[in-house]
Each structure stands twice: as C-alpha cells, then as structure tokens.
Ligand binder design. Sequence first.
Ligand code: PLP
Length: 374
Amino acid sequence: MAEPKGRALAVVDLGAVERNCRLLKERAGERTELCAVVKANGYGHGAAACAAAALRGGATRLAVAAAAEVTELRMHFPDVPLFVMGALTEEELATALATEAHVSMWSEGFHELCSRLAGDRGRPARVHLKLDSGMGRLGQRDPDVLLELARGCGLDPHIEIAGVWTHFATADEPEDGFLAEQLQTFRPVAEAVREIAPECTVHAANSAATLREPASHFDMVRCGIAIYGLDPFHGDPADHGLEPALELQSYVADVKRFERGASAGYGRTWRAPEETWVGVLPIGYGDGVRRGLSNNAEVLVNGRRYPLVGTVSMDNLTIDLGPGTDVEPGAAAVLIGKQGSERVLAEEVAARLQTINYEVTCGISQRVPREFTE
Ligand SMILES: Cc1ncc(COP(=O)(O)O)c(C=O)c1O
C-alpha cells in the first residue's frame, strides 16, 4: 500500500481550473472578458496557483475582496489587471492603489478619499462605479446619485472611471425573475456611465449568471465558484461541464474492533449497533471538516462509501467500516473528491450541512496543505 501523504491534504487539479475557465470564457463569448474571482484564498483552493491556471484558461483579469489579497496577488502577477471588489478603509485603499489595482466606488465620500490619495501619488485611481441594483449590499442604490458621482469623477483628473458594475442576488435560482429586474435597473445606468466614460468596462455576471443569462454578460463576467468546478446552482457540476478541482484527503490511521454498544468520540453520540470495525481518520474540524458532519457524512475508502460515525473532533473523526472489513491502517481516505467510481461532491457535503459549496471549500483551514497537480 502507498504511504499516506499526510493527515489532511487538499489536492487541487490546476488543469481542471484551466479547463473550467476555458468553458466559462467560451460561454461568455469572444467579446466578453473573463475575470477570475480568487478571493478567500481562491475559495480555499489556493489563490495564486488557481489565478495562474485561470489566466492560462483565458481569464484576463483577477478579482478579490480585500486589499491584503491584492497585495499578495500583485507579487505573483506584475502585469495582470487586478480588481478589489470590497469596501476599503483609507489605509486599505492606499494599499490597493499602491498595487495599481482597480477599486470599487459608490459614494461621494469615497470619491474624495480616492481623489486625495491618487493626487498624492500623482497617478489617477481607476474606479468601478457600483450600482446596488437589488443585492442590498455594497453599491449606490439611487441611479441618479451614481450618475452624479460619475459626472464628478469624469471631471476629476485624479480619477479614471474604469468600470460600471452591479452584482446579482438570485442568479443561482433559475426560476427566479429578480435577475431580470436587476438587469433592467442596471442597463440604463451602465449606458449613461458609458456616455461619460466610453472606455469603461460594464460587468455584472457571476458564475451562475454567466451560465444562465447571456444578456448579463456585457463586457466582462466575474466568475468564482465555477472556475473551481463547483456548481453555482448547488447540484452536480458535471451538468454544466464543470470539473471539481479540489480533493480533500486523509487516511485511515487506525482500525479498531468495536463490541456492540461501544461508543466513538466525544459525547458518545454513536454506539456500535453490532460488532464492527471502526476506522480513525486524523482529520477534524480544525482542518475544516465541520462538526455538523458528525453522524452525517460519508467518506471514501478503497473506492467505497463509509458512514462517518460519532462526533467530529478537532483533529480526528471515525468511520464505521462494518463487520469483517478489508480496510487496513494506512488506506487512503477521501472526504471530498473521487475514489474509483465513487465520488463525494462538495455539494453533497454542503447539503448535509444545509449550506453552500462555497462555505465548504472556504472552510478548509490553513492547517491543511494544498498540493497542486495538473
Ligand atoms: C461582487 C462579486 N462578484 C462576483 C463574485 C463571484 O461569484 P461566483 O463565485 O458565484 O461566481 C462574487 C462572489 O461572491 C462577488 O462577491
């Protein structure tokens, strides 16, 4: 048997990221740029490595949420256009501008701040004016106020309007009509901003909108979840031709015989209903395997599914191998990914936790090394 690679390991297939990007770029169309969203350490997959794969797959820009993220990216990608989508304090804005990243703007106060910092640097700040067309989060709700802001920026030598944008609230719900309403709100505002700044990039679509609604593509799509091969619609990524890039691995560190009634883990939440064998995996919630999966997940070993039994602890969990098992200590275990013909999707784990695939992969902790393959 091959030596286990370690107690917990996330193996990320960069070839899959590249192919997913190629597919998304194709869906977006020739005249639409693909911006790869690699915030939160590339949704847990590793930001820089996935960004490089995305660029190979046809992405031409990278987006993150925070200034610290853009600083790290800039070290790896000196010439790629970077965009910080999130809110920025003065200090964070200074950090972002120092990387030449584009930033998001939706208020006059932020315009004044940008103008001052850009003036001090002697280089215009490139801003994307954000309309809150219905997400109810960051962005300017009032189209007239945003257009007034655009006119002010248009006259400001320290500001370059590089984009106008919005974000959808329900793109992942194909039956919902709200995306169309948001589009209707956004389109005239985008057109009016474009009259002020003809070169600016109009963008709105996330992964779900990119796959679902060509009218949302405009000049650029911002895709995150789908570039990692996760399904923006919470089903099977294969239905959209997407390949999951991440596999979460561990191994069976010990195999123990359990008498009927013997319990595994904190709180004795599981007891062997009959004599059985239990495998101990040295991975737990400290690695991002959520405690909510206690008695509520399946793990692959030797190409078969085994139920996770007992409470997930910080560093270990247990699985019921059944009576007369052929599983031996050292066997590879897969918590997310494929083994033989069996697979456990991040979407399955998410459904068990009543959450979304985004949270599952973002939750894989820093303690878990990322290993990159093609
Ligand atoms: C503003 C913004 N745009 C684009 C994205 C990418 O969305 P998705 O991962 O659904 O493609 C996100 C992610 O949450 C976002 O916050």
